[in-house]
Design a binder for this molecule. Structure first.
Ligand code: NAD
Ligand code: LMR
Length: 333
């Protein structure tokens, strides 16, 4: 029995994500929460002939408490998306408070759930969730994840395009590490499971890296004021949730990049800090998932000189983003 909950379930990501979770046969209960429209979304999804029982709640009548009670996995895409010209950090002003309040609900009503944070800026919203959990005395670093899967999905697709065979996209694995914004997104293309063709010289490699780092901007620009990636994010979020659920149910050997607190695996986290040469609290690294959440944090492996420079460039922005989330909660006390 797995109860999955989506907070922000009526939104551009929330609705297709809820659809994909309803289609997941491992999900037996699906709770939907938003400040608007969840009864309608839940009624609609409830007619789909898959196992999950669907319920929709709104804030009145303790909706957040009701939806979260008994949750195993809580996915959070609540908050505002970017418009052209904005950075993810520009969303902090509005989304930080939304995430603080939702995390407070999760800490109270589902403190042992796996929390999957999609809302931007991920590099700051994950520290916010962590600090709220600490305040409530329920912080378990193994169970809080920043969802960076869209960067991995984009890397697989763009590499498949370069290889000239989109049918390979689902099987191409490229670790993308660091964080989830611009320079903090670090694709390790030298470790692509399908090597890049020899025609990809340093210039082409840099272009591909840039496209993965700024893939979000491509969508924001194309949507022209109507928001950011929703459908590809729903796909990526459902894929990551499925990995977490499979691990929770005992499947072993699942390794995926995700933004985690580096104490989630003390030994792996310390080793990674040594590799990075920095005392960072959070980093998106390849993580092995288990029934209790993070089982181990893996090394980034052998990096090329170019990838080492990308990691170095990511660290200062990551530090600033992480500190911003922590300071916000310290100031909210
Ligand atoms: P959206 O505006 O379409 O939907 C957001 C939903 O959140 C709305 O339905 C809104 O009512 C709801 N909401 C707002 N405040 C709430 C609250 N206090 N409680 C519950 N629900 C609340 O936006 P979207 O396109 O779905 O994007 C959502 C977030 O996801 C944005 O912050 C966006 O930047 C982020 N995002 C992250 C990634 C990633 O890779 N991690 C990818 C795409 C988008
Ligand atoms: C993305 O990578 O598509 C998301 O983080 C949304 C955005 O603002 O670009």
């Amino acid at each position: 029995m797995v109860k999955a909950v989506v907070l922000g379930a009526a939104g551009g990501i929330g609705q297709p994500l809820a659809l994909l979770l309803k289609a997941n046969p491992l999900v037996t209960e699906l709770g939907l929460y938003d400040i608007v429209n969840t009864p309608g979304v839940a009624a609609d999804l409830s007619h789909i002939s898959t196992p999950a029982k669907v319920v929709g709640h709104l804030p009145p009548d303790d909706g957040l408490a009701k939806v979260l009670t008994g949750a195993d996995v809580v996915v959070i895409p609540a908050g505002v998306p970017r418009k052209p010209g904005m950075t993810r950090d520009d969303l902090f002003k509005i989304n930080a408070g939304i995430i603080r309040d939702l995390a407070t609900g999760v800490a109270k009503y589902a403190p042992n759930a796996f929390v999957l944070v999609i809302s931007n800026p991920v590099n700051s919203t994950v520290p916010i969730v962590t600090e709220v959990f600490k305040q409530h005395g329920v912080f378990n670093p193994k169970r809080i994840f920043g969802v960076t899967t869209l960067d991995v999905v984009r890397a697989s697709t763009f590499v498949a395009e370069i290889v000239g065979d989109l049918s390979k996209a689902p099987s191409i694995k490229v670790p993308v590490v660091g964080g989830h914004s611009g320079v903090t997104i670090v694709p390790l293309l030298s470790q692509s499971s399908t090597p890049l063709p020899s025609s990809v010289d340093q210039g082409a490699l840099e272009k591909l890296t840039y496209r993965i780092q700024y893939g979000g901007d491509e969508v924001v620009k194309a949507k022209d004021g109507a928001g950011s990636a929703t459908l590809s994010m729903a796909y990526a979020g459902a894929d990551f949730a499925n990995s977490v659920i499979k691990a929770l149910k005992g499947e072993s050997g699942i390794v995926v990049p995700t933004f985690v607190h580096l104490t989630a695996d003390a030994a792996g986290g310390e080793a990674l800090k040594k590799e990075l040469g920095k005392e960072l609290d959070f980093f998106s690294a390849p993580v092995e998932l288990g029934p209790d959440g993070v089982k181990s944090i893996k090394s980034l492996g052998k990096l090329t000189d170019y990838e080492k420079k990308l990691v170095e460039a990511a660290i200062p922005e990551l530090e600033t983003n992480i500190e911003k989330g922590i300071t916000f909660i310290a100031g909210s006390k």
